[in-house]
Every structure is written in C-alpha cells, then in structure tokens.
Design a binder for this molecule. Structure first.
Ligand SMILES: *Cc1c(COP(=O)(O)O)cnc(C)c1O
Length: 356
C-alpha cells in the first residue's frame, strides 16, 4: 500500500467566481484529493489532482444501495492572510464513525487531514476573503465496486472537493420560521441518523417542501417513535433557552452529533451559563412559550453556525419567539464562534488549526 501523497497540478486554472455571487456549493476549486480502497490493498494511491468528473460503471454499488458517507467543514481566511480550520480532527473522527455505521472501511484520520491541508495550500487563492465567506470542504466516500449484490463493496473512493461559499447571512444574522413536522421522520434509533450519509438527507425533502409551502424556512424534526420529542431542525442541531437555562436534545441514537453543538455546550459551560442535554418534548416548548419562559431558540451547524428561530408552527399554532428578533445569547454565541474561526478573537479552547 502506497501512502505517499502525489500531487499533479492543474495546467489551466479556472476563472474565480465573483465574491458577491458565491452562493453555496456552486463553484469548485482547481484541485481535488482522491484515494482508493481495495479490500486486498487497504487505502492506496492518495493523490491531489486537477478537479475533474469521475467515471463509474452504471452497476457501481453506490448508485443502487447508497453506501456512502460525507463530511462538511470550512477553511476560514484571517485578516493577516492565514487559513484556519475549526476542529477538523472532529470531522474526520465523525467520518470514521459514519463509515463504521455504513460498513465502509475506516480511514487514517491524521493522514487524510494532512492531505487536506496540502490540497488547501494548493488552492489557497480560491479562499474568498470578504466578510462571512469561506472555503467549504466536502470529503466523501463512495462504494465503487461494479456489482449488484446487496452487501458491502470491496472497493471505495474517498474524494475531497473544495467550494468557495458566500456568507450565510449577507444581510446580517436573522431569525427564520420553522414548521414542526408531524408526518415524516428523519431518523430513528438503530437507523442511520447519527451518520452523515446520503439517504438521511433526500428522505427529508418531502418535509422540507411542505415547510416551504407553509412559508417556513426549515423543518423541526420530532423523534420517529412517539413524535413527541424534539430532535433537530433541518440539518442542524437545536437549542432552546428557557428561563435562563439552555436545553438541547440529548444524543439518543438518532441525532447527528454536531461539532458546532459540542462547541456551544463547551462554551456555555465555560461562560457559566447553565446548559443541559436532555429530552425535550414539543409540548414542553409550547408550554414554555405560553408561560413566557421561552426566551430564545436556535439551530447550530457548520453552514450557519447559529440560525436563530423566530417562529415555530405546530399544529396550526404559531409561536413567535423573542418577537422574531435574534436573541442576545444567540448573537453572542454567533460572534464568539465566528470570531474564533476567523482569528478575530483569541482561541482559548485551541479549536482552530492553521493550514501551513
Ligand atoms: C452536519 C449536521 C449537523 C451539524 O453538524 P456540525 O458538525 O455542527 O456542522 C446537524 N445535523 C445534521 C443532520 C447534520 O447533517
């Protein structure tokens, strides 16, 4: 097994997109990282090569049974032209946990992270620098074996692609409306909800469409068994501030373990703000709203960092949280985390990793 990273530089670099029109995941850089797996070889041939389409046989297993996992993290530009990653080792640990769940062979986390740094260095000019922009990093693994049998593949490919992305909040952080989903389920204990795997996301499209039809931006997912306990919001973890205490659903086997979630819990603890991980029912949220103790609610994830929830729609009842304004704590968390990510604030937790 060869573990030496080879680098092939692109000969005709692409034009860079205009920084005001980046959007999310529309543009990709000049290079990508690729590594293959064969059951007799392990992972082999790690390489950084020019960004290009991949060719697969129509019978490649990925197309039929969806044996695949992915990650999402960002590289942030600092004002002094350095590049920071935010807790990237957590993403590769989680990628391996997803692999484990999907019966995909594990990767060497440190080696892949160091290869990612080489890739980013090569495409450094693609990192946008205006306020709120960043370089989104998408590692993913697909099963590539040509075979229709229903069992784990013998061959896989790991690819990392990079996409310059615009600010999530071009007009500043603002709350969104959420529809509480009563019909569809995102994930159940024993299923794949704790893994970042393709099927979890397309299974949510119908609920997202019905939220959109009702004029709401996102879906609030309830547990799949009793349809009673809050789990996540869209592709984000969720927090409620009730009477000064911050509550987030406990990891229960169907919730994705967000790195932003983990960081917020650590930060609140450090600040001396009470934060608890426990079951929280939608009825409790409704009650706390009705007795005026629901102070703030927000989603958390790499894309938005903090997404304040201004409105919750549940069985025809409309709850306006904090008069649809961004709460003080939401704002403070947003500024603190983005400040650390971009090197504008000190990093007492040693969360950032410089690409150098
Ligand atoms: C990725 C993801 C999150 C957020 O995780 P981060 O590590 O904070 O980006 C939350 N929920 C789901 C379903 C996700 O896929």
């Amino acid at each position: 097994m060869s573990k030496e990273l080879t680098i092939v530089q692109a000969t005709n670099p692409k034009p860079k997109p205009h920084p005001d029109h980046l959007g999310f995941g529309k543009y990709f850089t000049d290079h990508m990282f690729v590594m293959d797996y064969h059951k007799d070889n392990g992972w082999y041939n790690p390489r950084v090569i020019p960004y290009e389409p991949i060719t697969l046989d129509p019978a490649a297993m990925i197309f039929h049974y969806g044996q695949t996992v992915f990650e999402g993290l960002k590289a942030y530009p600092t004002v002094d032209n350095r590049t920071l990653l935010f807790r990237p080792e957590k993403n590769f640990e989680r990628l391996n946990r997803s692999c484990e769940r999907l019966s995909i062979p594990l990767i060497d986390e440190e080696f892949v992270l160091s290869s990612l740094k080489e890739l980013i260095k090569l495409d450094k000019e693609w990192i946008p620098t205006s306020e709120g922009t960043s370089l989104y990093i998408r590692p993913f693994i697909i099963s590539t074996e040509t075979n229709l049998r229903v069992s784990p593949a013998n061959t896989y490919r790991l690819i990392i692609i990079l996409s310059p992305v615009g600010s999530y909040y071009p007009e500043g952080i603002h709350p969104v409306g959420i529809n509480v989903e009563k019909e569809y389920t995102r994930a159940v204990k024993g299923g794949t909800g704790t893994a970042k795997t393709a099927g979890n996301y397309c299974a949510g499209y119908k609920a997202q469409a019905s939220a959109s039809e009702q004029g709401q931006a996102q879906v609030l997912w309830l547990d799949g068994i009793e349809k009673k306990y809050v789990e996540e919001v869209g592709s984000m973890n969720v927090f409620f501030k009730i009477k000064g205490e911050v509550v987030t659903p406990e990891l229960n086997g169907s919730i994705l373990e967000g790195i932003t979630r983990m960081s917020i819990i650590e930060m609140l603890t450090d600040w001396g703000i009470p934060v608890v991980e426990r079951k929280i029912s939608i009825d409790e949220v409704l009650q706390s709203y009705e007795n005026n103790s629901l102070e703030e609610a927000f989603g958390t994830g790499t894309a938005a960092v903090i997404s304040p929830i201004g409105e919750l729609n549940f069985e025809g009842k409309q709850m306006l949280i904090n008069k649809r304004n961004t709460g003080q704590l939401s704002k403070k968390l947003y500024e603190s985390i983005t400040g650390i990510q971009t090197g504008k604030l000190p990093d007492p937790y040693k969360w950032t990793v410089e690409v150098k």
